[in-house]
Design a protein around this ligand. Structure first.
Ligand code: NAD
Length: 292
């Protein structure tokens, strides 16, 4: 196995302060990095900081973090509405905006323009091609996928995706950085859905088909996978946590990118998204989350 020296990464800018972005900023700040969280929506930024505070409190209550470390973590965390201002001093930019290629490409182009030539640009995309995002910048060797799992402070895995032009040096730096965050890296080549969603999404899709075809009630589908296969949660509950719009989008990427009808999104999933039942974040998906 190749050994890489960790790059000198101190300042990290996280773009998008939603479900994933706030968790990514949290783990970087807690691991001793200066973390700046950027979002176009001031309300989301405020919510992100409140969520990080709440999650740190939970760690303190469990005895996993001292009050002093909590205060130091919060002191390393900043928010900034403007990407150009934040990215100027970044050694690493991690983009975690919605799964829309044009939006991500624009953010990479801005970061590429303002960041120092040494900076690495990473995407937390669940499924979009890193090679395509990289080719929109002038530094494809320094572009990489850094796919965190939800909830970021809890989940140990980071899937690292190498684009066609990602250099060994960039890969090595991100591999070492993942370890410094206390997480475990797994490397994937740049194919639709990478490893995680190439395998997970067909299972979620099949659970949707089973529900749509009346094979079983949603609770029974989830119970079988939970107790029978020892999954921590059933596939329909998991889909609600991920967001049904995100699941649908990833299935479309798999279907388009691999051209195999086995990845066709289940019509029930599509219907749920059209109805605005996007899962936990919308208060309703396969299950009702309003009071939870
Ligand atoms: P989200 O909708 O919760 O958050 C996205 C945030 O980006 C929002 O706060 C929004 O205001 C902000 N945003 C939009 N445009 C912006 C811009 N131009 N500049 C700055 N901020 C902007 O989405 P999420 O669930 O956090 O997903 C983000 C990314 O992470 C997606 O690519 C998704 O596929 C990926 N991902 C999601 C999960 C999951 O379980 N939800 C898991 C792994 C990866």
């Amino acid at each position: 196995m190749l050994e890489y020296a960790p790059m000198d990464i101190k300042n990290v800018t996280v773009v998008g302060g939603g479900q994933m972005g706030n968790g990514i900023a949290h783990v970087f700040a807690q691991a001793g990095f200066e973390a700046t969280l950027v979002d176009v929506d001031a309300g989301r930024l405020a919510l992100a900081v409140a969520t990080i505070g709440k999650n740190l409190d939970r760690q303190v209550q469990k005895g996993a973090l001292s009050e002093a470390n909590k205060a130091a973590t919060l002191a390393r965390l900043r928010t900034e509405p403007d990407l150009e201002t934040a990215a100027r001093h970044a050694d690493l930019v991690i983009e975690a905006v919605p799964e829309i290629l044009e939006l991500k490409t624009k953010i990479f182009q801005t970061a590429d323009r303002v960041c120092s030539p040494a900076a690495i640009l990473a995407s937390n995309t669940s499924s979009l091609p890193i090679t395509k995002i990289a080719s929109a910048t002038g530094r494809p060797a320094k572009v990489i996928g850094m796919h965190f799992m939800n909830p970021v402070p809890v989940m140990k895995l980071v899937e690292i995706i190498r684009g066609v032009d990602t250099s060994d040096e960039t890969y090595g730096a991100i591999h070492a950085l993942t370890g410094a965050l206390g997480k475990t890296p797994a490397c994937s080549e740049d194919f639709p859905g990478f490893i995680s969603n190439r395998i997970l999404m067909p299972m979620i899709n099949e659970a949707c088909f089973a529900l749509m075809e009346g094979v079983a009630k949603k609770e029974d589908i989830d119970t079988v996978m939970k107790l029978g296969m020892n999954h921590p949660m059933g596939p329909l509950t998991l889909a609600d946590f991920i967001g049904l719009d995100t699941c649908l989008y990833i299935l479309e990427v798999l279907h388009d990118g691999l051209g195999d009808p086995k990845y066709r999104p289940c019509p029930l999933l599509r219907k749920m998204v059209e109805a605005g039942r996007l899962g936990r974040k919308a208060g309703r998906g396969f299950y009702d989350w309003k009071d939870k």
